[in-house]
Design a protein around this ligand. Structure first.
Ligand code: OOG
Ligand code: MG
Length: 256
């Protein structure tokens, strides 16, 4: 693998992010494999941490059929979250900092103990300090929000912002929750939390198997996003966004 060449590709994705100006898919000119794609993602996040951001957690993507079908990618992917991506519940999303942002409903875990290897369903509660519903804002740095599996991994799985509800006890039931995404008082997507790998807890189990293989620890205090239960929805300036999820208080966000 030509690391210097792939580092340059990370820089072009970073520029697209900084200028809110999309680029052509990397795969349209460069053959990429998974190793190269995750290498580019790592470098992309390094560029951000060198500017002062810090790693705040991880996310899984394509953990539901609805998302796989919407984007035409059928494999589980993972990306990194930074503190700069966090937006407070009830806050504003500055649309100028994005290219073509979309919102999607998620479940989030607050990690209570370092995850450094596979965790079983029985052990999982010992690693979870809290759970909540969440809204993820994804934004592709590629034109028309189109990409291959490798492109989207390189682009940090379209991660761009996340809003968390109030953390609740790790014992809160996460299965079979109705998750309604409401924009300007109209329900635009309604999903069920079991669409996420059968049960959102399975996302934590999958993350515990995959991330340590890449040398990543899902550290105590970090956030893990389980992946969306229904397709993502484009946002426009002025949109009032709300997530209603069984067992959790509503979350809201205004696109400015
Ligand atoms: C990739 C990110 C997928 C999810 O929850 O499935 C994702 C994308 O759809 O652009 O975050
Ligand atoms: Mg997501």
């Amino acid at each position: 693998m030509n690391k210097i060449f792939f580092d340059d590709l990370a820089e072009s994705l970073d520029r697209a992010f900084l200028r809110s100006n999309p680029i052509k898919q990397l795969s349209s000119t460069t053959p990429l494999d998974l190793e190269a794609a995750y290498h580019i993602q790592k470098k992309l996040i390094k560029l951000r941490t060198e500017r002062g951001e810090s790693l705040s957690g991880y996310k899984l993507g394509f953990t539901s059929k609805a998302k796989m079908e919407q984007m035409g990618v059928h494999e589980l992917i993972w990306g990194r979250l930074t503190d700069n991506m966090y937006v407070e519940n009830g806050g504003n999303l500055n649309m100028n900092s994005f290219i073509h942002p979309r919102a999607e409903p998620e479940i989030a875990f607050l990690i209570g103990k370092n995850i450094e290897g596979p965790v079983t369903l029985d052990d999982a509660p010992g690693y979870i300090k809290g759970v909540t519903s969440a809204i993820e804002i994804i934004d592709s740095r590629y034109k028309d929000f189109k990409f291959s599996l490798e492109d989207v991994i390189a682009d940090n799985c379209s991660s761009s912002a996340y809003v968390l509800g109030e953390w609740q006890s790790a014992e809160t039931e996460l299965g079979d929750l109705t998750m309604k995404l409401i924009i300007n008082e109209e329900t635009v997507e309604e999903g069920n939390s079991n669409a996420i790998l059968g049960h959102p807890l399975n996302s934590l189990i999958e993350a515990s198997k995959i991330l340590p293989k890449y040398g990543e620890t899902i550290g105590e205090g970090m956030v893990l996003l389980a992946g969306a239960s229904s397709p993502a929805v484009y946002l426009d300036a002025g949109d009032q966004l709300r997530l209603e999820c069984t067992n959790f208080n509503d979350i809201s966000l205004t696109a400015k």
